[in-house]
Structures are given as C-alpha cells and as structure tokens.
Write a protein that binds this ligand. Structure first.
Ligand code: CMP
Length: 376
C-alpha cells in the first residue's frame, strides 16, 4: 500500500474515532446509560482523552525533531496545535472545575473542533469568505437595513394594537428576524400597510439568503478552479518542453490537461491500438518498448504524440509502460488540435521530436544489425 493510501486510511480512522467519541460523550452525559453500557462508554471516553493527549504531545515532538524548538513553538501556537491542546485538556479542565461524570462529559463537545480541523476544505471556506467579504457585507447591510426599516414601520403601524409583538422596535425586530429566517411566530400584522411590510420582509428575506448562497457558491467554484489550475500549472511547469512554450501556452495547457496517477508496471499505451491522447510525464518515468530494445523516457518528457500526428494515422507505434509510480498529464486529441491551432510553435516542436525519435530508432536498429553479425 502506498503512502497516499496510508494517509487516507489514517485520516478516515481519525474522523471515525472522533465521531464515535462525540457520540460517546453525548451518551456519557445521559443518566439513562447505566451498568455495563456506562463502563464501556466511559472506557471509550478515557481512551479518547489518552489518545488526544498523546496525539498532541507527539505532534509537538515531531515538529521539534523536524525544525527544532522554534518549529515546536510554532506548532503549539498554530490553529491545529491550539485545537489539539483544547481537545486534549478539555476533560482534565472539567475535572479541575469540580465536574464529575456524567456532567463532566459535556466538555467532550469541544472535540468537534478536532473534526473541523480535519476538514481540509475548511481553509477553502476561509479563502472564499475573505475574497467575497465585500459582496457578502453589501448583502448583509441590505438585509439589516430592510429588517430595521420594516421593524420600525411595524412598530408605528401595529404597536398600539399588538403591543406584545410590536410594542417596541426590539420586539418588532425579533418578529422580523423570525419571519425572515422562516422560523415563524404566530403574530400576524392586522393593518393593510403592516401586511404589505410583512410580505416585503418575507420576499426580501428570501432574496438576501438567495444572494448569499449564490455569492458563496460562485466563490467556492472559482476557488476550486483556482486551486486545480495552480496544481495543474505546477505540474505543467515540471515538463521542460511545456515550460519552454511560454506562459500563455502553459496557462492554456493547465486548463486542458487531466492528471492521471499510475502505479508501477501499468501499460499506458499498447502498440497497434487506437490512440486519442498524448501524455506528459510530470513525475516518475516510462519505458517505450521498441524493436531496438526498451528506451526510458524520464520525468519531463512526453509520449503518445505519434498517433495524434498526421503520419501516425491514430495508431500507437509502440507499447509504453510505467517503470515506477508516475503522475501523467493527459492531453486529449480535441484539446491537442485546438492547442496546436493556437500555438503553432507547439505543433512544430512535437512534430520535430517525433521525427527525431523515428530517425533515432532507425539508427539504433541499423547499429544492432551491423553489430549483431560481428557478435556472432
Ligand atoms: P504513439 O505512437 O502514439 O504511442 C507510442 C509512443 O511511444 C509514441 O507515440 C511515442 O511517443 C513513443 N515512441 C515511439 N517510438 C519512439 C522512439 N523511437 N523514441 C522515443 N519514443 C518513441
């Protein structure tokens, strides 16, 4: 099993344990849990306290080993470090305050922070909120203005008839808040103008929430696109051939290439089969099986281009196998055609490399046939 799979399994196990611990903490506060069930729940909870404490200390030790005292201090004062500290110390802190089981386990609620810290996408939410703060603030200001004006209107129009609900601006605001969020309270304005205001509050309330959801959704989508683009850019820049094409072509490529992770010994293309894409080796290496013998193409090279060129007739000229785990970037034939139309230099470079490869293979084969009789 590769390190990536291990990391995935560990992360999943960690999330599973935290979810189980939160359930146990909730069950632990209930006096209905008695006898053997209570012993099991408490054993699970104390095991969680021990694990969280160990996890925190080990993370600090690891940071110290990797970067000395400063790294350890940085970890302890970082957000993950603080979350780990709060999670580890919550129950001892409860004990210190004099709480005992079952109330003690309510402090386990802070373990939910560990779960939040495990959520990798949370950082992305932070970016989105940061970037969309202006638009979100404007929508929020609109919502608040609307709430305040409508509450004031309702106080003037309905205050005398329904003093319980609209007798003061705070009471009317409370009503408006309930109406906007759809929680709904029983009070209904009685005057015509009061009802008009109430209807506008509801419609505008929906609008404000819709706008906020829309801003956040587009923010998220563009954040994901940006991250994917940056990831692809980083990989594209590792391929010297692509790098030499200049920033415009790289940006163009980064948007069209698809990442493909392959394990050792995978046959990526097979001689004689139809080929509808070409590959760039961003990480690892591949071996081309040629009549003259195997030829290794290292990280940064490309293959599968011949089938896409006019002379290749869409058929793979050789079998290509990964000699170690590799990250390939796949360029589909449609994108390849569109790209070479936009960047003629790309077409020329690929054509020249294919010609060079064919002639090199010719030379290698000739060398073999001339050396062979001598060997014999
Ligand atoms: P394609 O024919 O699409 O599929 C097999 C690929 O192996 C081919 O494209 C080239 O990328 C690569 N290949 C074929 N012949 C050679 C060669 N002589 N030297 C290097 N690579 C080659």
């Amino acid at each position: 099993m590769g390190p990536r799979k291990w990391a995935f399994l560990l992360r999943t196990a960690r999330i599973g344990w935290i979810l189980a611990a939160l359930t146990l903490a909730a069950a632990g506060t209930s006096t209905d849990v008695q006898g053997l069930a209570r012993s099991l729940v408490e054993a699970g909870l104390w095991a969680t306290v021990a694990w969280l404490t160990l996890d925190w200390i080990l993370a600090a030790i690891r940071a110290r080993r990797a970067g000395g005292g400063k790294a350890a201090r940085d970890y302890l004062t970082s957000l993950p470090g603080l979350v780990a500290a709060v999670s580890a110390l919550a129950i001892p802190f409860g004990l210190l305050l004099g709480y005992r089981s079952p109330e003690l386990w309510m402090f386990g609620a802070v373990w939910v922070l560990t779960l939040m810290a495990t959520a990798r996408r949370l950082g992305r939410l932070g970016h989105v909120l940061n970037r969309e703060a202006g638009s979100l603030g404007a929508v929020l200001a609109l919502g608040l203005t609307m709430l305040f004006l409508s509450a004031t209107g309702l106080y003037i129009l309905e205050g005398d008839d329904q003093p319980d609900n609209f007798g003061s601006i705070p009471e009317a605001l409370w009503w408006a808040m309930n109406t906007v969020t759809g929680v709904g309270i029983e009070a209904v304005p009685e005057t015509v103008w009061g009802r008009i205001i109430a209807s506008s509050v509801m419609v505008l309330g929906l609008g404000v929430f819709g706008l906020m959801a829309g801003i956040l959704a587009t923010g998220f989508a563009s954040e994901v696109r940006r991250e994917e683009f940056l990831g692809a850019w980083e990989l594209v820049a590792r391929v010297p051939f692509l790098k030499s094409l200049g920033p415009a072509a790289i940006a163009d490529m980064a948007g069209t290439l698809r990442r493909l992770d392959v394990t050792e010994n995978t046959i990526v293309v097979r001689r004689g089969q139809r080929g509808e894409c070409m590959y760039f080796v961003a990480e690892g290496a591949v071996e081309v099986q040629l009549p003259s013998g195997p030829l290794t193409l290292p990280e940064g090279s490309f293959f599968g281009e011949m089938a896409l060129l006019d002379g290749g007739a869409g058929i793979r000229s050789a079998t290509v196998r990964c000699t170690r785990p590799a990250v390939l970037l796949v360029l589909d034939i449609a994108d390849f055609r569109a790209l070479i139309a936009r960047h003629p230099a790309l077409a020329k470079a690929v054509e020249e490399e294919a010609t060079r490869r064919r002639s090199m293979e010719g030379d290698r084969q000739r060398d073999r046939t001339t050396i062979m009789p001598a060997e014999g």
